[in-house]
Write a protein that binds this ligand. Structure first.
Ligand SMILES: *Cc1c(COP(=O)(O)O)cnc(C)c1O
Length: 368
């Protein structure tokens, strides 16, 4: 019997990959599996997406790519952070695609490659308006010329990232899309692995002519995209069990800070799951759990490792009953969107928090 666990449904991951692949055809998916596969487990998600047809993956750091190789993942791996000097030799041996955020970094890579009589395949990052990594658009022509002349580098593509992808009409989005579009014709023919779109941009179908897309959150099944009929299914669920159950009188206080005073005589259940498990403290007095196929409210402040639920309307509830905090039970479902709305955050935060906490505790399991 588990007290608290996270279940990852591999068949949902495969289904999501295929749904996005058919939407974006003929663009190829480069699923983004950084940050332990958004909390789903980097190696397991790579295997699931590979089973569904993935030929390459994007990670952020070298260490993530090495983890995948050690686990036997043979697909092409793209390192979106780029490399630090001390990482370059190991990455060079492994033959990864390397993001290059600026010219100084490119010169470093060139030196290391030439000293070893080898080369790096690079994707040049262009900052079209995100204000994060990348060279500025007005320098791209000169930079590509200089990089092409540097020995030991092969510029395979350019890429960029949108700051506000969900707002097609936002001036920054328009300007970023226009900017990227106008850069493409000035690139040498060999620079053909160009990519821009993450999940939201993919669903909006921006620049569908680009050969690669970088879906993250949507391949984990968090769509919520009005107007698009896409067969996406969340892969992660979080469930716990009632470990204690007792009646308390009206007027009694539940949990820290006295923000919950019972209005009626109540049956109060305790679940061994809290913010240390990624169940956000912002869900205090607001979240719900599924018990015996019904929604029950969270009572009071979410503690580090426990949370209380109101079982008054389920008089048969007892110790050992399952309580679902994210996912389905019977015909009820608590979606990641519901948690995001209540906690004022995004699905990425919820998944990373719940998934990595469960992995660290040995409580993340896989099915299908
Ligand atoms: C994380 C990330 C993505 C994926 O973003 P989603 O919104 O989860 O699809 C794509 N590209 C870059 C550069 C990223 O850092």
């Amino acid at each position: 019997m588990y007290p608290t666990e996270v279940i990852i449904d591999r068949s949902a991951l495969r289904q999501n990959f295929r749904a996005i692949a058919s939407l974006a055809e003929p663009s190829q998916l480069v699923p983004v599996i950084k940050s332990d596969g958004y909390g789903h487990g980097i190696v397991e998600v790579a295997r699931a997406f590979a089973d569904a047809g993935a030929r390459q993956f994007a990670v952020f750091r070298l260490e993530e790519a090495l983890t995948l190789r050690r686990a036997g993942i043979t697909q092409d791996l793209w390192i979106m952070m780029g490399l630090l000097p001390e990482e370059a030799e190991e990455a060079n041996d492994a033959g990864f695609r390397i993001a290059c955020p600026d010219l100084a970094n490119a010169r470093m890579l060139s030196q290391i490659a030439t000293a070893r009589k080898r080369h790096f395949d690079i994707h040049v990052k262009v900052d079209t308006g995100m204000g994060r990594l990348g060279i500025l658009p007005e320098t791209v022509t000169d930079a590509v010329r200089e990089l092409t002349a540097l020995p030991g580098l092969r510029i395979r593509g350019i890429f960029s990232h949108l700051a506000n992808a969900d707002s097609p009409e936002h001036p920054v989005t328009r300007q970023q899309l226009d900017c990227f579009r106008t850069l493409l014709p000035v690139l040498p023919d060999s620079c053909c692995e160009n990519h821009l779109c993450a999940s939201r941009a993919i669903l909006h179908r921006y620049l569908p002519e680009l050969p690669y897309i970088r879906p993250g959150i949507c391949v984990y099944g968090a769509p919520e995209f009005p107007g698009l009929q896409l067969d996406l299914r969340p892969a992660m669920s979080l469930r716990s069990r009632i470990i204690s159950c007792k009646p308390l009188p009206a007027g009694a206080n539940v949990s820290y800070n006295c923000i919950c005073t019972l209005k009626r005589p109540s049956l109060v259940g305790v679940l061994p799951v809290g913010y240390a498990d990624g169940y956000l403290r912002e869900l205090s007095n607001r979240g719900e759990a599924l018990v015996r196929g019904h929604r029950v409210p969270i009572l009071g402040t979410v503690c580090m490792g426990m949370v209380m639920v109101d079982l008054t309307d389920l008089p048969d509830a007892q110790v050992g009953d399952e309580a679902v905090l994210l996912g389905k039970q019977g015909d009820q479902e608590i979606t990641v969107w519901e948690l995001c709305d209540k906690a004022h955050t995004i699905a990425h935060v919820v998944y990373c928090g719940i998934g990595t906490a469960a992995a660290a505790a040995g409580q993340r399991h896989y099915q299908n």
